[in-house]
Design a protein around this ligand. Structure first.
Ligand code: C5P
Length: 313
């Protein structure tokens, strides 16, 4: 693993990944996005993003997936930071260090997480004092799930996923994430979903999250939640990567309460009864040779938040 020092005066933000507990994909809109109804949960796989003043834009990547992210202006953290700089006329450049522990192109909002973290970090570094609404508005311009990653917890998403509403939820849930070596492109998975629907002549209704899922979250019952997990993008992800179905089925056979492709995949998320059950499932999945990279996590957790700041607040 590359180890890169954090620069003096840096602001560091910790930011979670997400899983969609329910993801209903509606018709394709004229702007190319799809109308969504989804329930997000933030989970304890984290990136850390540190920003410090520097004489040019620079990205330093570290952590498990460091070699999979761009270090130029395409990096979402850089785009987020430049957006803030432009909007508030801050004539400064930053060195941005990203400790990457969220899978890249994995359906867990890894890129969105870095964008959300950079927004919060720049707000703090430059003392802008942005409120939640201002941050959420900027976040939505960077990606559909960036506003949720800022907020964390559990939330319902509509529009293209960027419009959030609170959900009643109790309890902590235990997850095992089976991470693939190669990512899936989100636009490609949505396009495959459209293709399959067109091929099968499916009439696509306006999307709505299921009452069973909402009831399961309200009760905090992992068995009910496991049974209610649903993802409309799953068949598209299976179509593009058939071995994911085998992986999902194996996890359920090994005792998961539910298994689902996370977002646009290819990460497969398994819900378990307890921390111990997660350990057991990880051992079984590792022995099955269907997946090499397994991570345990719990949810819900907090959204992007400052963990180190020279300002001391
Ligand atoms: O908003 P975000 O950058 O995460 O979206 C990535 C891509 O995923 C979009 O360009 C689009 O192809 C697809 N997408 C979609 N409908 C959504 C969200 C994303 O079609 N609601």
């Amino acid at each position: 693993m590359t180890v890169a020092p954090t620069l003096p005066g840096a602001v560091t933000v910790r930011v979670p990944a997400k899983v969609n507990l329910d993801l209903r994909v509606g018709p394709r809109r004229p702007d190319g996005f799809h109308a969504l109804a989804t329930v997000y949960q933030a989970v304890s796989l984290h990136d850390e993003v540190s920003v410090a003043r520097w004489d040019d834009w620079q990205v330093v990547a570290a952590g498990a997936y460091a070699d999979r992210i761009p270090t130029d202006g395409d990096n979402l953290a850089v785009r987020a930071a430049r957006l803030v700089a432009d909007r508030w006329s801050v004539d400064e450049r930053l060195s941005i260090r990203i400790d990457k522990d969220i899978p890249v192109a994995g359906g867990m909002a890894g890129g969105s997480a870095d964008a959300a973290a950079a927004l919060v970090a720049c707000d703090q570094l430059w003392g802008l004092g942005l409120d939640r609404d201002e941050l959420a508005e900027l976040a939505a311009t960077l990606g559909s799930d960036v506003p949720f990653i800022l907020a964390g917890g559990n939330a319902m998403g509509s529009g293209r996923g960027e419009q959030l509403a609170p959900v009643l939820a109790r309890g902590t849930f235990h997850w095992v994430f089976a991470i693939s070596d190669t990512g899936l492109s989100t636009p490609a998975v949505y396009a495959e979903c459209d293709r399959l629907r067109e091929r099968d002549g499916v009439d696509v209704p306006e999307p709505q999250v299921s009452p069973e899922l909402m009831a399961a979250l309200r009760s905090g019952d992992p068995v009910a939640l496991g049974a209610a997990l649903h993802n409309d993008l799953e068949s598209a992800a299976f179509s593009l990567r058939p071995q994911l179905r085998e992986l999902r089925d194996a996890g359920v056979e090994f005792g998961a309460l539910g298994g689902i492709v996370s977002g646009s995949g290819p990460t497969v998320a398994f819900l378990t009864e307890s921390h111990e059950a997660s350990l057991d499932l990880s051992v079984s999945l590792a022995a099955s040779d269907l997946c090499r990279d397994l991570r345990r996590a719990k949810g819900p957790v907090h959204g992007a938040h400052v963990v180190t700041s020279p300002r001391g607040d």
